[in-house]
Each structure stands twice: as C-alpha cells, then as structure tokens.
Design a protein around this ligand. Structure first.
Ligand SMILES: *Cc1c(COP(=O)(O)O)cnc(C)c1O
Length: 364
C-alpha cells in the first residue's frame, strides 16, 4: 500500500465543481484585487474565529509581520518566540528589525512552556508570539497573565490551527491579534499563497490593511511606507468554499487521530497529548521516537510517507547564526528536532490506510 504524507485529492474532488464554477464567476467579473470575494471572506472568517475584524494578506508570514509592525515593534525591541516552531514565526519578528528571543517548549505539548517565559523578559521585550503548534492551542491563559504583568502584546501564530479551540474559544480570538496562513497544506488552504490577520482591535486592523496596501488608507494617499501583501479575489473565493467544509474536514482529522491513539501501542513511540481545555485540529500528527530515523526509514520502505517538523531548530540555522546560540542551549527544541516524526494525516484517508499505518508502527 502507498500512503502519501499528505494528499488533497479527496478534499478537492468534493468541491471541484463548486471551485470551477466560482473561478468562472470571478473570471467573468473582471475584478481581481480587493473586491467582493475578499470582503465576504473577511466577514466570514472573522465570524468563524469569533472576532470583529479580518484583513486578508499575501501569506502567513506577512500575517505575523504586519501586526508586529503595526504595533510599532522594531529595531531595539525583543519578542518572545517558542524555540520549537516553523522559522516564519521568528522571521516575522526579524523583519521588523526586532530580535526573536527563544523560549523552550514542554515535550508533552510541543508548545511554549509558560514557566520559562518570564526569565527571558527584559525591558526591551514588547510582545509574545503564541504559536499553536501542530494544531494545538498554546497555554493562552498563562501567556495572557504574563503579558499583562509586563505590558506586552500577544500575537497568535495560528498558521497551523484553523478551527482549534482553547476553553471553548477558537484560535484567532485569544490574543491581541492573530496571523493565519492559507498555504495549500494548512487545514484551511488556498490554491496558492494567502494569509489573514484577525483581531478585535479596529485600529490595528486598519493599520494592517493600510500597511499591506502600500501604506495607503485610500487610493494614492500614503500614510506609511507599506508593502504589497493582499489576498486576491480568486484565492478569497476559493477560501470561502473551503471554509464551509473546514469543521467537517477537521472532524475527520480528529477521528484519524483517535484511531491512531487507540491503535498505536509501540512502547518506542510517544503519541501526541492534548492539553486540558484544548481541541486539537491535527495539522500535523507528531510522534516522538528515540529511534526516529530508523522508524522513518521503516515506514517509508512500507510506502508510508513521513515528514519531520522541524529537522533543524531555528537557533542552529544559518539564518540565525548572528544570535550566537550554541548547540545545547535549547535542549528541548533540539530533542524535538531529533525525535519528532510526522505521520500521514489528511482528510480522505481510508480506514484501511489508517489501519495499515497503525500496524506498521506497531510492528517496528
Ligand atoms: C506555515 C506557517 C507560517 C507561514 O505561513 P506562510 O503562508 O507559508 O507564509 C507561519 N507560522 C507557522 C507556524 C507555519 O506553520
């Protein structure tokens, strides 16, 4: 049996007619940037997240960078970033001119350990990036309390957690602002690049919208040195169609996770845990195994696609050489990089395929 790490096939087959009809509609409307599809998507996605405002942007990286920039964070400032995340979280900080300060995760949740945040806060710290890694919300209550004690902004990196909930509230509604990515492989993915900022802060939403549109609040009137980062009509239109299916597609991911949890009982493998009060949307189903590379090879040889999130921690990447954080300084991020293995998780996996993955892991 051949099981890819990820496949859009079944998901996209289900909406194929709707997508092609919608494409024709947008095509014939002849209006491709900042039109009615974007406006509708922004309203629908804000409502979905449980917030007042949504601003479509070009990608997830910009959806994190623009709120930081809009809050006035820049050169000389520091922003707390988990040591275990996709590098975009840190790059968003670096692009403002501020410095990312890495804080270790817990091995159980893979998310930032709130107990370790305060020791990294200085008088230059301006914000905390709360990443809902792999689809599970970060410990927002603790993060909020720390942020309030020190007067910091909380920006959620929700790029992997569309639809996940924390104590009954959706991600995107838990911080001062949140950035989402609609990269095709995300739980809500466009057919290309896309992103959105969501917030209840009207001033922030207006500023993000202007910053992503050449710093313009109305046409040919420029109040900031902005950039060009917009969600186009075609992608917004596709996202509206997919948003209507998101909860159903996420529910299937949760079912697959439940079957993995019930079925996998290899003592060499640690399954992901869901923290109390959270629902997990399993953007990534992350195992840990001390013999990770052998397990990966074993599964690949049996036709099962895998991935590692992420094989090199950020502090050991060339991009962050200048921070001079030597190996061994962030041992938990390094441990996760060395032991994490992601196994197939996507809407459309069949019962047979799930059972095959379970059996293969148990036989390792
Ligand atoms: C995907 C991702 C991003 C960046 O999104 P893009 O749309 O690829 O720019 C940011 N943070 C995390 C955690 C991600 O997984």
């Amino acid at each position: 049996m051949k099981i890819p790490f990820v496949s859009f096939e079944v998901m996209h087959r289900e909406i194929s007619d709707e997508i092609t009809e919608k494409f024709r509609e947008v095509y014939e409307r002849n209006w491709f940037i900042q039109g009615q599809e974007l406006e509708s998507f922004e309203q629908e996605f804000a409502a979905y997240c449980g917030v007042k405002y949504c601003v479509g942007v070009g990608n997830g990286l910009d959806a994190l960078y623009l709120p930081l920039k809009a809050y006035g964070i820049g050169s000389g400032d520091e922003v707390i970033v988990p040591s275990n995340t996709f590098i975009a979280t840190a790059l968003a900080v670096s692009y403002t001119g501020a410095e990312p300060v890495f804080v270790e995760p817990t091995l159980e949740s893979f998310n930032i350990d709130p107990e370790r945040i305060e020791e990294k806060i200085t008088d230059r710290t301006k914000a905390i990036m709360a990443v809902h890694l792999y689809g599970q919300p970060a410990p927002m209550q603790e993060i909020r309390e720390i942020a309030d004690r020190h007067g910091l902004k909380v920006i959620e990196d929700s790029a992997q957690a569309h639809g996940a909930t924390y104590r009954g509230r959706r991600t995107g509604s838990l911080g001062d602002a949140a950035g989402f990515s609609f990269y095709p492989g995300k739980n809500l993915g466009a057919l290309g690049d896309g992103g959105a900022v969501v917030t209840n802060d009207k001033e922030l939403a207006d500023k993000v919208r202007a910053l992503g549109n050449y710093g313009s609040d109305y046409k040919y009137h420029h109040i900031y040195q902005g950039n060009n980062s917009r969600l186009d009509e075609v992608q917004a239109a596709f996202l509206r169609i997919k948003l209507r299916q998101l909860d159903r597609w996420n529910a299937r991911r949760a079912e697959i996770a439940e079957q993995y949890r019930k079925g996998i009982h290899n003592p060499k493998v640690i399954l992901p845990a869901v923290s109390e009060g959270n629902t997990h949307v399993y953007h990534i189903y992350a195992l840990r195994c001390q013999e990770r590379d052998a397990l990966e090879q074993y599964l690949n040889e049996r036709g099962i696609g895998t991935n590692k999130h992420y094989p090199i921690p950020m502090h050991l990447q060339g991009a962050y050489e200048a921070l001079h954080i030597p190996e061994g300084t962030l041992p938990l991020a390094e441990e996760i990089s060395a032991t994490e293995l992601s196994i197939p998780m996507y809407y459309g996996m069949t019962e047979e395929e799930i059972a095959y993955v379970v059996e293969a892991i148990n036989a390792f």
